[in-house]
Design a binder for this molecule. Structure first.
Ligand SMILES: CSC[C@H]1O[C@H](OP(=O)(O)O)[C@H](O)[C@@H]1O
Ligand SMILES: Nc1ncnc2[nH]cnc12
Length: 289
């Protein structure tokens, strides 16, 4: 038991949060390289927040070049207990109208060019991704979104594409046939790495457009995404403030806090010391005992 420290990954159009008491940008180094930016830390009530603009302030890093491992590693090092990801997403469903929020509960990963694990040769691990998000944080994020005035849809499958180009119409129709609900470029491998780092992860997709599947509609472009995001930025910030008020005073353990207990397979005497050193924050709990 203890308090909550919520790491917030801010996506397109959300590069800072202004409601933090004692707000301070801090630098956290990572053995995985440079994260997207400094971390903005501060508190709202009893809850500590650590905010990272996923693409860096000024949106300088494209999805493929994001150092997802460093981003998750620095959030872990900064003491985060849980992660809330906020992302602009395209809608693949008529009823998921731009302006609404979708609390995602599944993923299909179509990314092809991103390191997607902290583990590797010399320290092999396999975590379950069957239930890729934290149900506890997802429920609270949904309620926080409603309190912030958003229309919130609970549950939905996010297809992660490599980008940076938006999809072809054929792909957009295919993803609809696969029962995907929303589309974006950043939740993978972010959600995988959060799980490996034993950080419960919830994702609120902020619907900005109908991608390019809808007959007679203009296809998605950057101005249309940013227009909706700017109109919704207050609701996103309101969600964070409302979440602080909804979290119980004490954080009880989550099963996700200990997923590495059953994930490591490499024999202790065959482990690579250099890789173990890089895993100090992510897996120190199980490697140092
Ligand atoms: C600006 S449109 C495409 C861009 O927006 C989304 O970013 P994020 O998930 O960080 O909000 C999408 O994944 C693309 O990176
Ligand atoms: N249609 C779309 N495709 C991929 N990423 C997005 N982010 C926001 N809208 C998107």
């Amino acid at each position: 038991m203890g308090g909550w420290t919520i790491g917030v990954l801010g996506g397109s159009g959300l590069y800072a949060i202004d409601a933090l008491d004692g707000a301070e940008w801090i630098t956290v180094d990572s053995p995985w390289g440079a994260p997207s930016d400094q971390l903005l830390t501060g508190t709202i009530g009893a809850v500590r927040f650590v905010f990272l603009p996923r693409h860096g302030r000024g949106h300088v890093i494209p999805p493929t070049a994001l150092n997802f491992r460093a981003n998750i590693d620095v959030l872990k090092r900064a003491g985060c207990t849980d992660l809330l990801a906020l992302s602009a997403v395209g809608s693949l469903r008529e009823h998921l109208a731009p302006g609404g929020f979708v609390v995602v509960d599944q993923f299909i990963d179509r990314t092809v060019a991103r390191p997607n694990s902290f583990f590797g040769t010399g320290m092999v691990a396999h975590v379950s991704m069957a239930d890729p998000v934290c149900p506890r944080l997802s429920v609270l994020a949904a309620e926080a979104g409603r309190r912030a005035g958003a229309t919130v849809y609970e549950g939905g499958t996010y297809v992660a594409i490599e980008g940076p180009q938006f999809s072809t119409s054929a792909e957009s129709h295919l993803y609809r046939q696969w029962n995907c609900d929303v589309i974006g470029m950043t939740a993978m491998p972010e959600a995988r790495l959060a799980r490996e780092a034993e950080l419960p992860y919830a994702l609120v997709g902020m619907l900005t457009d109908y991608d390019c599947w809808r007959e007679g509609d203009a296809h998605v472009d950057v101005p249309s995404v940013l227009k909706v995001m700017h109109a919704n930025a207050d609701k996103a910030r309101g969600l964070i403030v409302a979440l602080a008020g909804l979290l119980p005073a004490e954080r009880t353990a989550s099963p996700i806090d200990t997923v590495l207990d059953t994930a490591l397979i490499t024999a202790p005497d065959r482990r690579d010391p250099a890789l173990l050193a890089r895993l100090d924050a992510v897996a120190g709990r199980v490697l140092n005992r």
